[in-house]
Design a protein around this ligand. Structure first.
Ligand code: SAH
Length: 264
């Protein structure tokens, strides 16, 4: 797999970065079934639009879908999703679709990422405190989280993706993102208690240690198997840890990669 930003000039953008696109050298990547248009000079992605314009249009669509938290919309408009996907997929980076990131895993749809982040933030006017993310994947959601909370602890069980996320995030120099290689099913005790826990992979049930590592007043957002009556189905679950105990709310159906134990 080729990381999209590896082929770019060495100059490192600040963060939030000024938004310049990966410029494919061999013309535009072909969408399946579409005619490949040969261009004389390397063309920017999105047929003449720069990536901030494409991202802006993605954010407009997210708002139309019902995402209303201005901080989430702003973070989604800032992070360059095309930097986190394979170079052959950059022309789909701002569509509301999940995309393969290698090792059988996927980067979630922007609509799902923003929905989960909105739920996690609970409409707070300020940044969240420490957040634990289970399933770093390519590092995209960790980058968005870095703009919404004080510290991000993001854990990944696949060495190949942990390394890929580190490569993807390095140029962004996000001092508040801590990437961990390990089994997220046991959480990360050293960073606890967390103001928020967000999982990008769905298991049969919520591991007890996630609930233990959540701060009182904190919120967990995760996909969980819908139950014996709906095999293979998942639902998004929100758990609030209140001084009186745990309060769980089951939201809409979702489709995430499985939460697996151990490292690989
Ligand atoms: N947030 C990611 C989405 C990655 S997909 C992104 O923005 O790209 C979900 C990820 O969860 C996969 O990379 C998968 O390997 C990982 N995962 C599954 N079970 C895990 C576990 N027990 N601990 C840590 N990561 C896990």
């Amino acid at each position: 797999m080729v990381d999209s930003h590896r082929s770019q000039p060495k100059k490192r953008p600040g963060f939030p970065a000024s938004l310049e696109l990966a410029r494919p050298t061999g013309g535009l990547p072909a969408a399946s079934g579409h005619r490949v248009v040969k261009v004389a000079a390397p063309a920017p992605l999105g047929l003449g639009m720069d990536s901030s314009a494409v991202r802006h249009s993605m954010v407009t669509k997210l708002a139309r879908q019902g995402i209303s938290d201005p901080q989430v919309l702003s973070a989604m408009g800032t992070v360059e999703r095309h930097r986190f996907v394979d170079s052959a997929l950059v022309n789909q980076a701002y569509e509301d679709t999940s995309l393969p990131i290698g090792l059988g895993q996927t980067i979630s749809k922007p609509g799902v990422v923003s929905r989960m982040l909105e739920l996690l933030r609970q409409g707070s006017a300020t940044r969240l405190g420490r957040v634990l993310e289970i399933g770093t994947g390519c590092g995209y959601q960790a980058a968005v989280l870095s703009l919404l909370c004080t510290e991000v602890y993001s854990i990944e069980r696949l060495r190949g993706l942990h390394d890929k996320a580190r490569d993807n995030l390095r140029p962004l120099r996000l001092a508040n993102v801590h990437l961990l290689f390990g089994d997220g099913m046991v959480g990360y005790d050293k960073g606890a208690p967390y103001a928020g826990i967000i999982a990008a992979a769905g298991g049969e049930a919520l591991p007890q240690c996630w609930l233990d590592q959540l701060a009182v007043g904190g919120r967990l957002v995760a996909p969980v198997a819908a139950g014996a009556n709906s095999p293979g189905r998942q639902a998004l679950v929100v758990v609030d840890k209140t001084p009186q105990g745990l309060r769980q709310t089951v939201m809409e159906a979702v489709h995430f990669v499985p939460l697996k134990s151990g490292i690989a």
